[in-house]
Design a protein around this ligand. Structure first.
Ligand SMILES: *[C@@H]1O[C@H](CO)[C@@H](O)[C@H](O)[C@H]1NC(C)=O
Ligand SMILES: *[C@@H]1O[C@H](CO)[C@@H](O)[C@H](O)[C@H]1NC(C)=O
Ligand SMILES: *[C@@H]1O[C@H](CO)[C@@H](O)[C@H](O)[C@H]1NC(C)=O
Ligand SMILES: *[C@@H]1O[C@H](CO)[C@@H](O)[C@H](O)[C@H]1NC(C)=O
Ligand SMILES: *[C@@H]1O[C@H](CO)[C@@H](O)[C@H](O)[C@H]1NC(C)=O
Ligand SMILES: *[C@@H]1O[C@H](CO)[C@@H](O)[C@H](O)[C@H]1NC(C)=O
Length: 312
C-alpha cells in the first residue's frame, strides 16, 4: 500500500547546531527537482521511508569514499546528519552502516549526470515476489542476482533522490563553506543542513492503514493508503461467452517498482515482457494451435496446460 496524500519538500538551510529548533533563524533555500522515497506496506509489514511530521533536519555531510562513513560512525559531533550519497555508494551495506550509527536524519541520493550510469542497480529483492510468486525462486541461483532488496526494508530516515546539478552544486558549496573545515569543532558553529519533509501517514501494515480510512462515517473520508497496483482493461470485439472459453488472455507487465516516487529506471525492461508477448503470439500462430474442446475441468487451468504443452 502506498501513501497518496502528501507533499514533499527538500530545503537547504543554515542552522545553528546549538539551537536547531529556532527555525526562524534559519536561512532557507528550497531545492527543486527531487523525488522522495515513500512508505509501502504488504499485508503484515511496513517498508520504505518517511520524514518526521514536521520534517527531518540534518547537518549536511558529503560522502564520497568509505572513510567518510567511518567518520560519521566514529568522529561526528554535530549530528544528526543528512548524508549526500553519490549513486555509486548507494548500496545496502552503506545504508545499513548509516542506519546503525543512529545519527542520520536523512539520505540524499544524487546522480552526477556527467558520470556513467551504474552497470547494475536493482532495489528489488533477489527473488522478486518471493512470498506471492507462482514459481519458487532458488536463493542460490536467484533470477535477479543484483537485487539489493532496499525496497523490502523499513528505513528510519527519509530519502530523496535528485539529479538537479544546480541543486547539487549549491549543496556542495554550502557544505564546503560551512561544514567541511575543522570537522572536529563542527558542534561549535553554524552549519549547513538539509531539511526533508516527506511525512507519510501510512503506518504499521496494510490492514491498519485501510481501517483508518473510515468510509462508513464520513462522506468525504481522509484517505491514508492507496492500493499499489492498477487495473488491466480489455475490450473484446464480440461479446464474450463465459461458458465457451475460446479466448486466452496472455498479458505482459507495463510498469516497474521503484524506491523513489516517479523515478523508475526499471521501466525500460518492460520491453522484455512485450517482446516475449509478441514472440509468443507469433509462435502460437505459427503452430496453428487448436484448443482441445474435450477439456472440461476448471477451464482456465485446462487451457493454460494445453497451450504450454504445445509450446514445449
Ligand atoms: C534545479 O534546481 C534549481 C534550484 O533549486 C531550480 O531553480 C531549477 O528549477 C531545478 N531544475 C529542475 C529541472 O527541477
Ligand atoms: C511481508 O514482508 C515480510 C518481510 O519481507 C514477510 O516476512 C511477510 O511474510 C510479508 N507478508 C505478506 C503478507 O506477504
Ligand atoms: C577520529 O577520531 C580518532 C580518535 O577518536 C582519531 O584517531 C582519528 O584521527 C579521527 N579521524 C578523523 C578523520 O578525524
Ligand atoms: C560531476 O562530475 C564532474 C566530473 O567528475 C565534476 O567536475 C562536477 O563537479 C560534478 N558535479 C557535481 C554536482 O558534483
Ligand atoms: C464457442 O464459440 C465458437 C466461436 O465463437 C463457436 O464456433 C462454437 O460453436 C461455440 N461453442 C459452444 C459450445 O458454444
Ligand atoms: C500452419 O499452417 C500453415 C498454412 O496452413 C502451414 O504452411 C504451416 O506449415 C503450418 N505450421 C505448422 C507448424 O504446422
Amino acid at each position: 500500500m502506498a501513501m497518496e496524500m502528501w507533499k514533499y519538500i527538500l530545503a537547504l538551510i543554515i542552522v545553528n547546531s546549538v539551537a536547531t529548533e529556532r527555525i526562524k533563524d534559519m536561512i532557507y533555500m528550497p531545492l527543486e527537482g527531487v523525488a522522495a522515497c515513500f512508505r509501502r506496506h504488504n499485508g503484515t509489514h511496513q517498508f520504505g521511508c518517511s520524514s518526521s511530521r514536521s520534517g527531518s533536519v540534518g547537518v549536511v555531510h558529503l560522502i564520497e569514499v568509505d572513510n567518510d562513513i567511518t567518520w560519521i560512525e566514529r568522529n561526528a559531533t554535530a549530528g544528526p546528519y543528512t548524508v549526500v550519497l553519490p549513486f555509486e555508494m548507494f548500496t545496502r551495506n552503506t545504508l545499513v552502516r548509516l542506519r546503525n550509527t543512529d545519527n542520520i536524519n536523512g539520505v540524499l541520493l544524487t546522480k552526477n549526470t556527467s558520470h556513467e550510469r551504474p552497470s547494475k542497480y536493482s532495489p528489488e529483492d533477489k527473488c522478486p515476489n518471493r512470498y506471492s510468486g507462482y514459481k519458487k525462486c532458488n536463493d542460490m541461483k536467484p533470477w535477479n542476482p543484483f537485487g539489493s532488496a532496499l525496497l523490502m526494508e523499513d528505513w528510519p530516515f527519509p530519502m530523496f533522490y535528485t539529479q538537479n546539478q544546480t541543486a547539487l552544486e549549491a549543496i556542495r558549496s554550502c557544505f564546503q563553506t560551512h561544514n567541511a573545515h575543522d570537522l572536529e569543532t563542527q558542534y561549535q558553529r553554524s552549519l549547513c543542513a538539509i531539511e526533508m519533509k516527506s511525512f507519510m501517514y501510512a503506518a504499521v501494515n496494510s490492514e491498519s492503514c485501510i481501517k483508518r480510512t473510515d468510509f462508513k462515517l464520513n462522506f468525504n473520508p481522509t484517505q491514508f493508503c492507496d492500493p499499489l497496483g492498477d487495473r488491466n482493461i480489455h475490450w473484446p470485439l464480440a461479446p464474450l461467452d463465459e461458458n465457451n472459453n475460446t479466448v486466452i488472455m496472455v498479458t505482459a507487465r507495463l510498469d516497474a517498482s521503484s524506491l523513489f516516487d516517479g523515478i523508475s529506471p526499471g521501466a525500460g525492461n518492460v520491453v522484455t515482457g512485450l517482446v516475449t508477448l509478441l514472440a509468443t503470439a507469433y509462435y502460437l500462430n505459427h503452430l496453428n494451435a487448436t484448443v482441445d474442446s474435450t477439456c472440461q475441468s476448471s477451464l482456465p487451468n485446462c487451457y493454460k496446460n494445453r497451450v504450454s504443452t504445445q509450446i514445449l
